[in-house]
Design a protein. Structure first.
Length: 274
């Protein structure tokens, strides 16, 4: 369907700022395919977040804010806040949010939060960020955080999707973040991108579990060709099935889940958009 024909901007007067919500402006929209898009909005001068956190984003609905949790994909130093979203045609929010255009207003929560932060991990040598679909978003922020490169010797970002066109940010990640103002030199030596596709031909095929079993996940990194709780730290973000399966696998290997109050070997994120 033509984007222009389905775009129905909501007047800024219908948005009501509050103690918990700002009203910000859409700065950029990029449609990857029929099921996936990214967008950036203005960033309040007072807005601070830790790489890996999520925040509430939304639109008015019958006079009330309709909000969903979105992980922040932009680095913490960026002037704008970027998000990656699915398009759910009957989703209460995304059925409308997918039609936003530059200049439109959107709600932004004032308090980012989440467990996909380095504060929730005990020190280690290798950091594995395992994602499916839009679960990539928080790792785009973490992968561009200079502190991550000082904390870990190697950073591995794994992204599993159904179609090749679902590999958001592929060019940037395959370049090892070339051109990034803060981490390009470190990323060239420390960053590893491992994309895999489950329903089309690609250089890596199969689920993340397949890459773990056949060793492809560890091909580009030094050290053990399996997860090692002594040296490895893991972050999980994506489908609930993926998180459940890999959390159980990690615990069976001796990993302990961490939190902001009690750091551990791995962390997961339970915030999703619909």
């Amino acid at each position: 369907m033509d984007q222009a024909l389905t775009h129905q901007p909501i007047a800024r007067e219908e948005f009501t700022p509050s103690a918990a919500l700002e009203v910000e402006t859409v700065k950029r929209v990029h449609h990857l395919n029929d099921g996936l898009f990214s967008f950036s909005i203005s960033r309040p001068a007072s807005f601070r977040f830790r790489s890996g956190e999520f925040v509430m984003v939304g639109l008015p609905n019958n006079g009330k804010p309709l909000l969903r949790a979105y992980s922040i994909a932009s680095p913490s130093y960026a002037d704008e806040l970027e998000f990656l979203s699915v398009k759910i045609q009957d989703g209460p929010l995304t059925s409308r949010l997918q039609h936003i255009q530059v200049g439109d207003p959107v709600y932004l929560g004032k308090k980012p939060t989440g467990t996909l932060v380095t504060d929730a991990l005990i020190p280690g040598r290798r950091l594995f960020m395992l994602s499916t679909g839009t679960g990539l978003a928080p790792f785009m922020s973490l992968a561009r955080d200079p502190d991550v490169y000082s904390m870990f010797s190697e950073i591995v970002l794994v992204h599993s999707v159904r179609k090749v066109s679902d590999l958001a940010y592929r060019d940037l990640l395959e370049s090892q973040l070339a051109g990034d103002p803060l981490v390009q030199d470190e990323a060239l030596l420390q960053f590893h991108y491992v994309p895999t596709v489950t329903r089309e031909e690609f250089r890596n095929t199969g689920r993340i579990s397949t890459l773990i079993e056949n060793g492809k996940l560890f091909e580009t990194v030094s050290g053990p060709k399996t997860f090692d709780p002594e040296n490895d730290r893991v972050m999980l973000c994506g489908s609930m099935a993926m998180i459940k399966d890999h959390a159980a696998d990690l615990e069976a290997r001796g990993f302990i889940e961490g939190s902001n109050s009690k750091p551990g070997h791995f962390v997961i994120e339970r915030a999703f958009v619909g």
